[in-house]
Design a protein around this ligand. Structure first.
Ligand code: PLP
Length: 386
């Protein structure tokens, strides 16, 4: 590996992982599609590779890359963000309880409520912004084994104090997991703040080009890593070598993409607050965001997702989202192209009528790296059309 401990994030993003290849000098990691590896004697594989589900050179390079970027010592790659989530939930036993952000990604909540509940794992939605509420929830019985943080949350962009929650969880004997999909390690590094495990839907910013579905997990604990490595192989939801390679390609430009997207999002959020047809804007970088101080302490930049409530209700939101030209109406987020969606009818449909339901007039923007003046003009036009 060519990175050193002193390298700054932007440098690490370009150089972390197995490059240049020590065998060939190639400056990008090789895509190694082989499913099996020659053993020199029975039970003596070269460099630890036996069978590609268990481990393979391309995935190993990606896992080293994300571990370096999150400041962890063990990285694990999965076939999707939810496959990574499932693998973390294998740490739990029947009777265990999870405390989860009450504004969690809908798919995470669905997995906990509709799948894990059948195996005796209970999940409670908690407002993790309030440390007194967290403290009380940790003390109530049965005691929580895991606290699941998302910050900023999707789609209301609530911000959770990672250091504060991690401290309370550790003293109660619970593991803290942070879904760092929205922030990426460029904006915030949860392990430095005391979290035990970081998770990514790498489908979003880490891939960054809307062309790969994948999930990543990082920890500093050898004990947790050993258990996760076991279930990664035992359950087998791993990404292909090509997907791993695409992710490494995306990660190399993470810092520049995030800088541009965050700058655009800040401009757009501010502009939206000036519009009479907007009821309320949600963006961690706005002066009226309720956790502005925490955002400044915890995040390098306030992110590139902006949500807002449009006047005129759900119908106006639907019309607006169908009227943009550059903002493509689609689920997902975190790529170079800007996207728009109506969470209540799309990404958050699975949590309708639950505590996690979102307002019907809410619109979520994933700001890409296009010129911000073009993006603002596109939105201005859509307001007229809606
Ligand atoms: C998309 C997403 C997930 C799920 O990841 P997939 O790659 O779609 O399985 C989890 N958490 C957050 C915050 C997400 O945005």
């Amino acid at each position: 590996m060519s990175e050193s401990a002193e390298d700054r994030f932007e440098t690490l993003a370009v150089h972390a992982g197995a490059t240049p290849d020590p065998a060939t000098g190639a400056v990008v990691p090789a895509i190694q599609p082989s499913t099996t590896f020659k053993q020199d004697a029975v039970g003596a594989p070269r460099q630890g590779f036996e069978y590609a589900r268990s481990d393979n050179p391309t995935r190993r390079a990606l896992e080293a890359t994300i571990a370096a970027l999150e400041g962890g010592s063990h990285g694990l790659a999965f076939a999707s963000g939810l496959a990574a989530t499932q693998n973390l939930l294998y740490l739990l036993d029947p009777g265990d309880r999870i405390l989860m952000t009450d504004d969690a990604y809908g798919g995470t909540w669905r997995l906990a409520q509709q799948v894990m509940a059948r195996y005796g794992v209970k999940t409670d939605a908690v407002d993790l912004r309030d440390l007194d509420v967290v403290d009380r929830a940790l003390r109530s019985r049965p005691s929580a084994r895991m606290v699941w943080i998302e910050t900023p949350t999707n789609p209301l962009l609530k911000v959770v104090d990672i250091a504060g929650v991690s401290r309370l969880a550790a003293s109660a004997g619970a593991l803290t997991v942070v879904d760092n999909t929205f922030a990426t390690p460029f904006l915030q590094r949860p392990l430095d703040l005391g979290a035990d495990v970081v998770l990514h839907s790498a489908t979003k910013y880490l891939g960054g080009h809307s062309d790969v579905v994948s999930g990543l997990v990082v920890t500093r604990s050898a004990q947790i890593a050993e258990r996760l490595r076991f279930t990664q192989n035992a359950a087998g939801a791993v990404p292909s070598p090509f997907d791993c390679w695409l992710l490494m390609r995306g990660i190399r430009t993470l810092a520049v993409r995030m800088e541009r997207a965050c700058a655009g999002a800040a401009r757009i959020a501010e502009w939206l607050t000036t519009r009479a047809d907007v009821e309320r804007v949600y963006y961690p970088g706005l002066p009226h965001h309720p956790q502005r101080d925490l955002v400044e302490r915890q995040m390098r930049l306030p992110g590139a997702i902006v949500s807002f409530q449009i006047r005129g209700g759900g119908q106006a939101a639907h019309r607006f989202a169908a009227a943009t030209r550059l903002f493509t109406l689609a689920e997902s987020l975190g790529a170079v192209e800007s996207l728009i969606e109506v969470p209540a009818a799309m990404t958050h449909l699975s949590v309708a009528d639950t505590r996690l339901a979102v307002p019907p007039d809410l619109i979520r923007l994933s700001v890409g790296i296009e010129h911000v003046d073009d993006l603002v003009a596109d939105l201005a036009h859509a307001f007229e059309a809606a």
